[in-house]
Write a protein that binds this ligand. Structure first.
Ligand code: ARG
Length: 458
């Protein structure tokens, strides 16, 4: 059975059929496709197009098809072009001629547009649920890293001391934005149920589209049937949200790959989350982190490839739009395969506070030296120059900043006195930056993180 062919005198070429068919990937829409069809049958009954008995027979048959898919007993037939064809063909086998009434006033164009939206509204929930434990694990590491002081880098050069907690939480906040972005997008998607758009021009039957939309969990129906069948903004938005999430994960991964290098040794991966080399017995490779870094590239490819598919498409449905599903499912599967191992990896990774501290260098306190002079009335610009001279003096003597004798400091500025020695304390330097959002404001930041996590659990 095909859903068309009355006007054709020849069968489709086999190679064209293989190119055209989408069941091998769009079978994943079966559940939302069947929910959409049941709602459509209900709307047809409401419009007086079919009887209540016919609706009951269709709904019952569709539930049986759903059960076959869910139970893995559904058998595809050779003419099953896509999921919509497969479901309707099987429905006919189960309930007979009444199945032929289901597609009244509907097209696969508004059907597939609805299916994809329904699938996405579920999928974004799964993704959010999978991100949350990772955010929670980062929060847990931050609690453990509260007192560890490490080098903070800019340009990947030593900059200022920070706590490990502050660094961990810098990777927590992007995930909160990812979760919120997905939720906000999905909320907007609920305003545009395309079912009832027909092939392009709308449906001639007295369908109550508002009720139909609400039955499927939407707030409203689309305002324009041409846009209704052509709009794939939600696919692009979801791909973008997953891509940005992937980019965030790649940055966390890169930090950890560098920190796990024995030259720094700030962190050590649990053996369950690292792998060995077939040749070099000493190797402990951070493969899951490298894959996190690498898969971001794949997500970017899915996003840009799909945007290229959309670009310049003529009005309404074009078969190009069938190309939305493979990048969409691939991006989703990729992220969903990546998040759980990352949660375990973050939960079990151990920081080495001694190695972090050993990597601190007094030059990272040069700003604090300038701040010392500012506290004694020197304008910051001058203080910056003077502190720079101290850095140079230390380099010339081959000593750390604290090794420059007081008389040499006083030649640079008479504001330097005995108590300058208190500046050379990494922990104090971090603690001093306690304005909200700074590395010294652990309590304030943690309160915000906890409050955010509590909103997610609610
Ligand atoms: N498999 C198609 C897709 O995913 C379904 C819609 C087909 N519509 C059509 N007029 N051939 O886009």
């Amino acid at each position: 059975m095909t859903l068309w062919g009355g006007a054709f005198s020849q069968p489709t070429d086999d190679a064209v059929r293989r190119l055209n068919d989408s069941l091998r990937f769009d079978w994943r829409l079966y559940d939302v496709d069947i929910s959409g069809s049941i709602a459509w049958a209900h709307a047809l009954a409401g419009a007086g197009v079919i009887t209540e008995d016919e609706y009951a027979a269709l709904a019952d048959g569709l539930e049986r098809v759903r059960a076959e898919f869910a139970g893995g007993t559904f058998e595809a037939a050779s003419g099953d072009e896509d999921i919509h064809t497969a479901v309707e063909r099987r429905l006919g086998a189960l309930v007979g001629d009444v199945a032929g009434k289901l597609h009244t006033g509907r097209s696969r164009n508004d059907q597939v547009a609805t299916d994809v939206l329904l699938w996405l509204i579920r999928a974004q929930k799964d993704v959010r649920a999978a991100i949350l434990p990772l955010a929670t694990a980062l929060r847990g590491q931050a609690q453990r890293g509260r007192d560890a002081v490490m080098p903070g880098y800019t340009h990947f050069q030593p900059a200022q001391p920070i706590t490990a907690a502050h660094w961990w939480l810098s990777h927590f906040w992007p995930l909160t934005r990812d979760i919120e972005r997905l939720a906000e997008q999905a909320d907007r998607w609920r305003d545009k149920c395309p079912l009832g758009s027909g092939a392009l021009a709308g449906t001639p039957y007295a369908i109550n589209r508002q009720r139909l939309a609400e039955r499927l969990g939407f707030r409203r129906a689309t305002a324009n049937s041409l846009d209704g069948v052509a709009d794939r903004d939600h696919v692009a938005e979801f791909l973008f949200a997953l891509t940005l999430l992937g980019v965030h994960l790649s940055r966390l991964a890169e930090d950890l790959i560098v920190y796990a290098n024995p030259a720094l040794g700030f962190v050590r991966l649990d053996e369950r989350y690292s792998t060995g080399s077939s040749l070099m017995p000493q190797k402990r490779n951070p493969d899951p982190l490298e894959l996190a870094r690498g898969k971001a590239g794949r997500a970017i490819g899915n996003l840009t490839g799909f945007l290229a598919t959309l670009k310049g498409l003529p009005t309404a449905y074009n078969k190009d739009l069938q190309e939305d599903k493979e990048p969409l499912f691939d991006a989703y599967d990729t992220i969903m395969a990546l998040l759980p191992p990352l949660v375990g990896l973050i939960e079990t990774i151990r920081i080495n506070p001694d190695r972090m501290e050993a990597a601190l260098d007094e030059s990272m306190l040069a700003t604090d030296l300038a701040d010392y002079l500012v506290e004694r009335g020197v304008p910051f610009r001058q203080a910056h120059v003077m502190a720079g001279r101290v850095v140079r003096a230390a380099e010339e003597r081959g000593v750390p900043l604290s090794g420059v004798p007081l008389d040499a400091l006083r030649e640079i500025s008479e504001h330097f006195t005995e108590d300058v020695s208190a500046v050379f304390d990494f922990r104090a330097a971090a603690a001093r930056r306690k304005a909200p959002g700074g590395t010294g404001d652990y309590d304030g930041q943690m309160r915000r993180a906890e409050a955010w996590l509590a909103t997610q659990k609610a």
